[in-house]
Design a protein around this ligand. Structure first.
Ligand code: ARG
Length: 466
């Protein structure tokens, strides 16, 4: 839906002697983006009207008329027939004006005991709560897709890296489960942030509260808020909940970005660990042979814009005196774009996880290079009684010999091995295998296939119980 902006110049109210210029109108209006709050604005207005009625501030007739008018407005918006007017500045005034057109004085009474300041703060919180719930589901879908991938590869061996150098053999399933953990914490952060989002500003009015006998708890209940905001100045002016959300979103994107970086590296022909299904890749306009991992690259790039939105909101807030200032209108575009970016990214990644094919042989070959089991040899010597530091040194010398000769540790004969330590016996070769190495790391959080399968079951059970 795009907002149609039509023109009709009028001064703001009797207080003003001239209308604003077209440029100022365009500069100060928010309707081109805040029309997206319409659904939440109407829900907030209906809850407010219901309370005004229950408190005998408006009549039953007025309440019925407001309901009737809002139902029609909702239908007009859903049908794309609602005419958004730039002259009416924002979503709140557009809807209120249309309501008044439809139901007369009842529409004019809706704004009793309310201000756009508490109204917009309420709308954003409703919008964000909805977005957080959606993102929670999408994080869950992504985790399920990654669990399936990890399950298919609980025993697939690859090199694990530190400093981008081959470090120790791990299983691909274990590697993928690292992201399952990250996205799990992202879900926790979203839920935690939701608790602070889900408090009702309405009733704060412009900044000081209202002289009408309102019932804020009633409105909070109607709208599903856990509590009301307990200070009217704070209620209309702070956007910390949106900043907090953007910080959580930036971490989601950071995790996506790290994973993207790995996917890009793994898909490089030089590495060749995986292939990503064609539907997530694009070609080159000049080089016919190219297949580029565009989706992960773009996700990595989009992390920058989400980080930028976080900084934008922090900067927006930092210089504002209490209470509401028009600066706050600038909270919406960064927030909307953060939600849109995270939602699209998570949806694509959940789908793409099913389109990753693993080249087991290439992973295994890579794990065989770089003395990935050197630590296992050191551990072997420790188990035979050598202090770890001495074992580390003995294996370092053995590796040095292999580097000079261009061979692997397993290529050394037992006699050659024993030059580095007399403690080495012919059981050493089992220790140097990739399978033996991963299977030996058999504790919670370790890379052994048995542990990977247990970890998958654990997360599956957690997801099923929530
Ligand atoms: N469009 C405004 C916003 O997004 C609504 C609140 C305007 N309040 C005011 N006093 N100008 O913040």
């Amino acid at each position: 839906m795009t907002a149609q902006l039509s023109k009709k110049s009028e001064a703001w109210s009797a207080r003003f002697s001239e209308p604003v210029s077209d440029l100022v109108k365009r500069y100060t209006a928010s309707i081109s983006f805040d029309y997206r709050l319409a659904r939440f604005d109407i829900a907030g207005s209906l809850a407010h009207a219901e309370m005004l009625h229950a408190q005998h501030i408006i009549s039953s007739e007025d309440f019925a008329e407001i309901n009737r008018g809002m139902a029609q407005i909702s239908a007009e918006i859903d049908a794309g027939k609602f005419e958004w007017l730039l002259d009416l500045e924002d979503v709140h005034l557009n809807i209120e004006k249309r309501l008044t057109e439809l139901v007369g004085d009842a529409g004019k009474r809706l704004h009793t005991g309310r201000s756009r300041n508490d109204q917009v703060a309420t709308d954003i919180r409703l919008y964000l709560r909805d977005a957080i719930d959606n993102i929670g589901l999408l994080l869950r879908d992504l985790r399920l897709a990654l669990l399936n991938l990890a399950e298919r590869h609980s025993g697939t061996i690859m090199p694990g890296f530190t400093h981008m150098q081959v470090a120790q053999p791990i299983t691909f399933g274990h590697h993928i489960l690292a992201y399952v953990e990250m996205f799990g914490r992202d879900g926790e952060r979203m839920l935690d942030c939701r608790r602070r989002v889900n408090r009702l500003p309405l009733g704060a009015a412009a900044l000081a509260g209202t002289t009408f006998p309102i019932d804020r708890e009633r409105v909070a209940r109607t709208l599903g808020f856990d509590d009301v905001c307990h200070n009217s100045l704070d209620a209309v002016s702070d956007r910390d909940f949106a900043i907090e959300f953007c910080a959580a979103a930036a971490l989601v994107m950071t995790h996506v970005s790290r994973m993207s970086e790995e996917l890009v590296i793994w898909m490089s022909p030089r590495v060749g660990f995986i292939d990503i299904a064609d539907r997530f890749c694009t070609g080159s306009s000049i080089m016919p042979q190219k297949k580029n991992p565009d989706v992960p690259e773009l996700a990595r790039g989009k992390t920058g814009r989400v980080n930028g939105h976080l900084v934008a909101l922090l900067t927006l807030m930092k210089g504002q005196p209490l209470a509401y200032n028009k600066d706050n209108q600038e909270d919406k575009e960064p927030l909307f774009d953060t939600v849109d970016t995270v939602v699209d990214t998570l949806r694509i990644f959940a789908d793409m996880a099913g389109g990753i094919s693993v080249k087991d042989d290439a992973m295994r070959d890579a794990a065989l290079q770089g003395f990935a089991t050197a630590t296992d040899l050191a551990d072997y010597l420790v188990k035979k009684g050598l202090p770890f530091r001495d074992a580390h040194e003995a294996v370092a010398r053995a590796v040095r010999r292999c580097v000079d000769r261009g061979c692997d540790l397993t290529d050394l004969t037992l006699a050659e091995m024993q030059e580095f330590s007399r403690l080495i016996g012919d059981d050493v070769y089992d220790v140097l295998t990739l399978e033996g190495s991963v299977a030996a790391r058999n504790h919670i959080g370790g890379t052994a296939p048995e542990q990977v399968r247990a970890a998958i079951e654990r997360v599956r059970a957690l997801l099923a119980s929530h």
